[in-house]
Design a protein around this ligand. Structure first.
Ligand SMILES: Nc1ncnc2c1ncn2[C@@H]1O[C@H](COP(=O)(O)OP(=O)(O)O)[C@@H](O)[C@H]1O
Ligand SMILES: [Mg+2]
Length: 344
């Protein structure tokens, strides 16, 4: 499967929960994250997966106790050292890597199938694989063939584009990695999060405060947790009830801290031109707008605006809820942009 969602939506948290569940069920788990600089092409991806699985296997104490025939195991998973003949075409290299990965994983499974109910690969930040030509379809082909003979479970997780592209709705990639988009918490979920968390420290609050927090955070998990954290810190040692007073005291801090920890790091990788377009879009005066309004606000040609809008979508600043319609991802982000625009 694949899990998609904007920054701070809880993708990594969910993947960690999956890891916990899979381990509880005695699966062998390899969770991939922070590999972006190490994996730049398909053969590096192949090596990374093979070595990663090998490490996980050796790190698993329960197996180590049982299997001391290390020599035999050491040769089970073999990375691609190099292809004979460096002059292979892209397609040939890809096929070679496919065969190597599939054979390795198949042999590995045959050896461990008595030990584990399944091998689980959790791939975080998979948008960095999406940027490598053919990497996702490479994984699909490898695991599709393996699925008949071995039990591998693969979860791709990230700000993925493939499930959103209209033309790809019916593509094999979408069918093999059916996408589950993570959306914001509902009001009930937000209320329940606040109540549960406060209960653990014997603090109370009322529904009015909870409602304000929900409205402010829009149920965005990262924003919600941050907002709650700041409000909680406004409590004096002697107090055990959060009221509107604490909300008010926290107001400025919320803007400053979210800007520093969340919105600024998000805007930072955006190109100067796209950033400028983002500032222009504020002139529309609406959170949600259509492409024609975006064009008008920038005074540019349609075809010149489009790539920057796309960049803003790709980097999570804008959402695209439906065709030709865009939306700033959070109201507090609009406030942050306004402040930034006034400083320029
Ligand atoms: N189910 C959840 N319940 C409560 N808080 C959550 C939940 N999921 C995410 N969060 C909060 O949101 C923050 C960001 O989540 P994270 O998993 O890092 O998002 P992503 O990987 O999508 O950017 C977490 O550090 C946590 O504080
Ligand atoms: Mg993450």
């Amino acid at each position: 499967m694949s899990i998609t969602g904007n920054r701070g939506m809880g993708k990594t948290s969910l993947l960690m929960k999956m890891e916990e569940i899979a381990r509880k069920n005695k699966c062998l788990v390899f969770r991939m994250s922070n590999y972006e600089s190490l994996v730049n092409n398909i053969s590096e991806l192949t090596n990374y997966l093979i070595l990663g699985l090998k490490n996980e296997f050796y790190a698993d104490a329960s197996v180590q106790k049982k299997v001391m025939r290390l020599g035999e195991w050491a040769t089970t998973l073999r990375p691609v050292v190099s292809y004979k003949g460096a002059s292979l075409s892209f397609e040939e290299k890809r096929l070679a890597a496919q065969t190597i990965l599939r054979n390795n994983f198949l042999t590995f499974w045959k050896k461990v199938e008595g030990e584990y109910p399944a091998v689980v690969l959790l791939i975080d930040e998979a948008e960095s694989l999406e940027r490598i030509e053919g990497a996702l379809s490479f994984l699909r082909e490898v695991f599709q063939r393996l699925s008949h003979e071995a039990k591998y479970m693969v979860v791709l997780c990230g700000k993925l584009n493939f499930p959103e592209r209209m033309s790809e709705s019916f593509s094999p990639l979408n069918r093999f990695f059916p996408a589950s988009p993570l959306t914001a918490f509902t009001e009930e979920e937000t209320f329940s999060y606040i109540s549960k968390t406060l209960k653990s420290v014997n603090v109370v609050t009322d529904d009015e405060v909870k409602k304000k927090i929900f409205e402010k955070s829009e149920g965005h998990p990262y924003v919600l947790v941050k907002v709650c954290n700041i409000i909680f810190n406004e409590l004096e040692d002697t107090e055990n009830k959060i009221t509107a007073k604490h909300l008010e005291k926290a107001r400025v801090r919320i803007i400053i801290d979210l800007g520093k920890d969340f919105f600024n790091p998000m805007l930072h990788p955006v190109s100067p031109k796209a950033k400028n377009i983002a500032f222009q879009l504020l002139k529309i005066g609406k959170r949600k707008f259509i492409f024609a309004e975006a064009v008008k606000s920038t005074n540019m040609k349609r075809q010149d605006v489009a790539p920057y809008i796309q960049e803003l979508v790709r980097k999570g600043c804008l959402n695209k809820p439906e065709r030709a319609t865009y939306e700033f991802f959070h109201q507090l982000f609009i406030d942050f942009l306004k402040k930034r625009a006034s400083e320029v």
